[in-house]
Design a protein around this ligand. Structure first.
Ligand code: MG
Length: 164
C-alpha cells in the first residue's frame, strides 16, 4: 500500500550561523537559526516521512529542549525517519521537495543535496527530488528573513491488519 506524507518547515536567517540545506553546507553571508543545524529542507523531508507513517512530527522525536540535538546534523533526523519506515517493514519509494529561498542561489547545490539526502535516507538519489524557487520578492522569504521548505514522501507499507 502506498502511503504519502507532507512536510513543511521554516527557519529564520541569523548572523554567525552556517547555512546547511539538504545536508550540504552552502557558502552565504548568513545561516539559519535553530536548535539543530536548522536544515529546513531535511526537516520538511523528515516530517513528510513521519507523516506518511501516521507519526507525530520531528519535534516529538527530537525535542528542541533536548541538549542532545543542539547543533545536531539533521541527517540524524532523516536516518531516524528512515529507520521508522524499516521498523514497519516499509520501503521509501520516493521523496520530492521544494526549497523556497530568495538568496543564495540553490541550483548549483541541488545535485549534492540529492546525494546527501539519499545517503542519509538509504535511498537512491534518483528517487530524491529537490527543486528550488524564489518567492518573487514577496513576504518574509522575499525580504530574505528566512527560508522555507516543503516535501512529500511516498512509502510502500504492508497492508494494515483489519481492526474490529
Ligand atoms: Mg525545523
Amino acid at each position: 500500500m502506498i502511503h504519502v506524507g507532507i512536510g513543511y518547515d521554516v527557519h529564520p536567517f541569523a548572523e554567525g550561523r552556517k547555512l546547511v540545506l539538504g545536508g550540504v553546507e552552502i557558502p552565504h553571508s548568513r545561516g539559519l537559526a535553530g536548535h539543530s543545524d536548522a536544515d529546513a529542507l531535511a526537516h520538511a523531508i523528515t516530517d513528510a516521512i513521519l507523516g506518511a507513517l501516521g507519526e507525530p512530527d520531528i519535534g516529538h522525536f527530537f525535542p528542541n529542549t533536548d541538549p542532545r540535538w543542539k547543533g545536531a546534523p539533521s541527517r540524524v533526523f532523516l536516518a531516524e525517519a528512515a529507520r521508522q519506515v524499516e521498523l514497519r517493514g516499509g520501503r521509501l519509494v520516493n521523496i520530492d521537495a521544494s526549497l523556497i529561498a530568495e538568496r543564495p542561489k540553490i541550483a548549483p547545490h541541488l545535485a549534492a543535496m540529492k546525494l546527501a539526502l539519499g545517503t542519509a535516507l538509504g535511498l537512491d538519489p534518483r528517487r530524491v527530488g529537490v527543486k528550488a524557487t524564489t518567492n518573487e520578492g514577496l513576504g518574509f522569504i522575499g525580504r530574505e528573513e528566512g527560508i522555507a521548505a516543503m516535501a512529500v514522501a511516498s512509502i510502500d507499507l504492508p497492508e494494515l491488519e483489519a481492526t474490529r
